[in-house]
Design a protein around this ligand. Structure first.
Ligand SMILES: Cc1cc2nc3c(=O)[nH]c(=O)nc-3n(C[C@H](O)[C@H](O)[C@H](O)COP(=O)(O)OP(=O)(O)OC[C@H]3O[C@@H](n4cnc5c(N)ncnc54)[C@H](O)[C@@H]3O)c2cc1C
Length: 383
């Protein structure tokens, strides 16, 4: 057996979505890393189904801190990471009706209090930015002008390529079936053979609680929530490429231009078991209805539709840290609707925690606090 085929590692990561890939990337220079992915393709599940937005105005205060701390990597990745920029200008507009103005003001005040750079907009300014919005829905708005589109494919491939270049190994078609921890070492059974490691990182996305159950840890009560998206063609609005992502204040609708078409979502959050999520006709119909109420879009044809599972902890903050009870078991889970925009900071943090060097100063400076991400906060350990 050559060293490359050695099924023994310091760290095995379960899941090659953006979470597992980013952890592998930042760890590979310091530990022997193997990434196990059940599917034939990394990113097949939630990572490949996102709306690809980077916005410092999205999520709770800790999510925003992780996002701010990720910007530097997105803007200036290491040489050779990707052959074109990972970010491109977009903007993130939150629009409201008159009856939603107090909600918008509260959200804006909360963002401003944590240092998020936002701009209040009048109705006229909202309409100038997104002329498709009906007057009633363009009463006022808040703009994060620094929000960007992310090239998710380039980000994922950059992480995986970089990890491999530093000696990490990715094994696809490798579903973890059993995990046993004894004498400080994991023995793992997968559909691609056996593996061993000192630390098992759980980056299983919607399956994170199931991966934990296999390993005798948790669960943390993580909840996968299905979200639907479509791409559609419509008449008019051909000059829309520069419009921002437009999100309703009650988060019941969002849309943005997508290469001559539009991407839209009803921002649904339907509880689901972990699975290969598929769009429901009812959710698509609701979306079209909301689009027709809020905008002047004449939807001609839906060219793509999909659904993905956004998996949340009860407090909607991501989870990173050793399990309080099960030795050698590390959670990297609960990425919710923010796993792409927070991936660089989370990968950096996890690598640092596994190496025992604590929270990097560069993350602390943005307000990232390990205690707030710790799985122990979720009060598990009784099951
Ligand atoms: C419609 C939609 C819009 C979104 N928009 C945004 C956005 O604009 N910005 C943003 O930052 N985020 C967004 N998100 C959220 C983002 O996509 C997720 O937070 C992120 O992709 C989660 O990554 P992950 O690696 O945790 O999960 P996944 O990508 O699902 O990866 C987990 C992997 O673990 C593997 N796995 C599970 N169990 C096992 C096992 N037993 N053995 C081996 N492998 C296993 C799975 O096959 C899977 O590949 C959106 C999501 C959706 C659905």
């Amino acid at each position: 057996m050559t060293p490359r085929d050695d099924p023994s590692a310091d760290v095995v990561i379960v899941g090659a979505g953006i979470a597992g890939a980013s952890a592998a990337y930042f760890l590979a220079a310091h530990r022997r890393v193997i990434v196990l992915e059940r599917e034939a393709q990394p990113g097949y599940h939630t990572t490949g189904r996102s709306a690809a937005l980077f916005s410092e105005a999205y999520g709770n205060a800790m999510v925003r801190a992780l996002t701010r701390a990720s910007r530097e990597f997105f803007s200036s990745p290491p040489a050779g990471f990707a052959d074109h920029p990972l970010l491109s200008p977009r903007g993130h507009l939150i629009f409201c009706r008159a009856d939603q103005k107090s909600e918008l003001d509260a959200a804006a005040a909360d963002m401003a209090a944590t240092g998020t750079r936002i701009q209040p907009l009048t109705g006229a300014q909202v309409r100038a930015l997104v002329p498709a919005l009906r007057d009633e829905y363009a009463h006022a708005g808040v703009l994060d002008a620094n929000a960007e589109d992310v090239d998710v494919h380039a980000l994922l491939q950059g992480f995986l390529r970089g990890a491999r270049a530093q000696g990490a190994r990715l094994v696809t078609g490798a579903e973890l079936r059993a995990a046993e921890f004894s004498a400080g070492r994991w023995r793992l059974e997968t559909t691609a053979g056996r593996f061993a490691a000192d630390v098992l990182i759980n980056a299983g996305g919607a399956w994170a609680d199931e991966v934990a159950r296999l390993a005798g840890a948790g669960p943390l009560g993580l909840q996968p929530l299905r979200r639907t998206a479509i791409v559609f063609e419509c008449a008019h609005h051909s000059g829309a490429q520069g419009w921002p992502m437009a999100v309703s204040a009650d988060e019941s609708l969002y849309f943005r231009p997508e290469a001559g078409r539009f991407l839209a979502s009803p921002a649904d959050e339907t509880p689901s078991a972990p699975c290969d999520a598929q769009p429901e006709e009812l959710d698509v119909a609701r979306l079209i209805d909301r689009l027709q109420s809020a905008t002047t879009f004449a939807v001609r044809r839906i060219t793509a539709k999909w659904a993905g599972l956004r998996t949340f902890a009860a407090d909607r903050t991501l989870v990173a840290g050793l399990d309080p009870l099960q030795g050698g078991f590390f959670w990297l889970s609960g990425q919710g609707g923010y796993g792409i925009q927070t991936a660089p900071a989370m990968g950096m943090l996890v690598a640092s925690m596994i190496r025992g060097t604590g929270c990097p100063e560069v993350l602390q400076a943005h307000g990232v606090r390990m205690a707030e991400l710790d799985p122990g906060r979720l009060g598990h350990g009784t099951s």
